[in-house]
Design a binder for this molecule. Structure first.
Ligand SMILES: Cc1cc2nc3c(=O)[nH]c(=O)nc-3n(C[C@H](O)[C@H](O)[C@H](O)COP(=O)(O)OP(=O)(O)OC[C@H]3O[C@@H](n4cnc5c(N)ncnc54)[C@H](O)[C@@H]3O)c2cc1C
Length: 463
């Protein structure tokens, strides 16, 4: 199946260089060797030019580290890169990893490339790298958008108001884009032209040990990175828990969630591959499939739309809609029955045992169920001295502890707590007309069973 033209953007429209030694692919968002449209595009071009493909990855280290990334995130990333490099090698694609910014590495290696292929992310830092690359590389540059079902600008040319405005636009294109991607056979296998890697990517623990980074938040045992593990988990999920996703997805203790978010965040699995697998699953009915596609396509790509079209998506004043900021400002002086410091929140030292358990799951294991993330975020708003401070704290905690943090979904969902993509509700203290979530929402599931689950998870983390 051809790669859909809507995924492909020519960023520098010059002929491929005749003297090029390889087609260069900067692996950055889509860290996988399969179901990766940018990689398949690079292979097609290399086959046409009778050249090998060289994939490269720039690892940010020390003071040059990726914003807010710590040892937990890097451990998962490096496990994924080890797996991707092995998969690329089996396919005959070369791989080179250097401690450099992705833009600097691509600019350096593009000197000998016939053309450069990029994948696509939507965060400000990624957009900055693309700009630096386009400004400095003289060769042809093509970007292939493969970490969404439907390319963001095909869905909509503007910031969408809510899921209900995005949904019909997305569904109009979905069937054109949710299609299997066959692995192209590499004609010229990479060999002598592959530059040495600075570190041995096959040994993620050693690479991590040699990096200068924030180690106050450590790796977790609960999740191992990589596309092999992502696919194993997906298959196990579709064989069992998926069958009650429709009915139980809002019950954290029921085990109906897929835990795909860390793998999606690090580009270790394709959302299209997941949707196709969900559709083909032997378990589950129409309700399960519809509910899952709504989350992974509509909700997830609403987040991409928000981040792509919002300058300053990480700032309260830009990310939160005006009506909600006004409503919260009107109630900023309301007495807060309880307030906690950020350190108390991080340590899970509040009066609310369920909130503390959710915080423990996040802090110790890097994950929390969606239903509890909503409760967790709304309570931070309630217990913080001001909405601005609440927003900043929530984002910091979210991005520090979640494996899937620092994602478009992180910025968008934290802003959702403060009214983004929502509508005004009945007025009440502290929240104004922004949606409130009370302790009653804990009665909708077996909260005591959730406490026991978290205890077990934390025990397993400690080993
Ligand atoms: C305050 C708050 C903070 C959040 N922070 C993050 C974050 O940092 N990173 C992150 O990826 N998600 C975040 N979410 C969204 C959501 O909670 C997670 O994506 C989901 O819980 C991941 O678990 P799962 O893969 O088991 O989900 P499943 O229920 O199995 O869903 C499958 C996939 O659908 C997507 N999805 C599910 N729920 C949502 C949602 N509400 N919005 C957007 N996409 C969704 C995710 O890609 C998810 O992997 C946050 C939500 C809230 C309310």
């Amino acid at each position: 199946m051809a790669i859909q033209a809507g995924r492909i953007r020519i960023l520098k429209d010059v002929e491929p260089r005749r003297a090029g030694r390889y087609v260069l692919y900067l692996l950055q968002q889509a860290n996988r060797a399969h179901n990766n449209p940018a990689l398949e595009y690079a292979i097609e071009e290399a086959n046409r030019l009778d050249l090998p493909v060289l994939a490269c990855f720039g690892l940010l280290d020390g003071s040059n580290g990726f914003p807010e990334a710590n040892a937990r995130h890097y451990a998962f990333l490096l496990q994924g890169l080890a797996d991707a490099a092995a998969g690329l090698g089996r396919r005959g694609v070369g791989f080179c990893l250097r401690k450099a910014s992705p833009a600097d590495l691509a600019i350096d290696l593009a000197g000998q490339a016939a053309l450069l292929v990029l994948d696509r992310g939507y965060l400000a830092i990624q957009k900055r790298w693309y700009g630096e690359i386009v400004a400095a590389v003289a060769a042809r540059i093509v970007q292939v958008e493969g970490d969404v079902a439907v390319p963001v600008e095909i869905v909509s040319g503007k910031h969408e108001y809510a899921a209900r405005t995005l949904r019909p636009k997305l569904h109009r294109h979905l069937e054109d884009y949710v299609a299997p991607l066959t692995a192209r056979r590499v004609k010229r296998r990479a060999g002598g032209e592959v530059p040495d890697s600075e570190v041995d990517v096959a040994d993620p623990e050693a690479v991590l040990a040699g990096m200068s980074l924030d180690r106050t938040v450590g790796p977790v045992r609960r999740f191992t990175g990589g596309e092999t593990e992502a696919r194993r988990r997906l298959a196990a999920y579709l064989d069992g828990p998926f069958a009650h996703y429709g009915s139980d997805r809002n019950r954290p203790e029921a085990g109906a969630a897929s835990h795909m978010s860390p793998y999606l965040h690090f580009g270790q699995i394709s959302p299209v591959e997941i949707v196709l697998a969900v559709r083909a699953a032997r378990t589950g009915g129409k309700e399960d499939r519809t509910a899952y596609v709504e989350e992974i396509v509509v909700r997830r790509e609403l987040a991409m739309n928000h981040v792509h079209y919002t300058d300053g998506y990480d700032r309260y004043a830009r990310a939160v809609p005006e009506w909600a900021r006004k409503a919260l400002a009107e109630h900023a002086g309301d007495p807060r029955p309880k307030t906690y410091t950020e350190a108390e929140l991080a340590a899970g030292q509040t009066h609310d045992v369920y909130w503390n358990a959710a915080q423990a799951e996040m802090r110790e294991t890097g994950y929390m169920h969606n239903h509890l993330r909503m409760y967790w975020g709304k309570k931070i708003l309630e217990w913080s001295p001001s909405p601005e401070e609440g927003f900043a704290r929530t984002l910091r905690l979210n991005n520090r502890y979640f494996l899937d943090g620092r994602d478009p979904n992180s910025f968008t969902n934290v802003a959702w707590v403060y009214g983004l993509h929502d509508r005004p509700w009945a007025r009440r203290k502290i929240f104004g007309t922004v949606r409130y979530q009370s302790e009653n929402s804990l009665r909708k599931f077996d909260a005591k069973a959730y406490l026991r689950t978290v205890e077990e998870l934390c025990r397993a983390e400690r080993g």
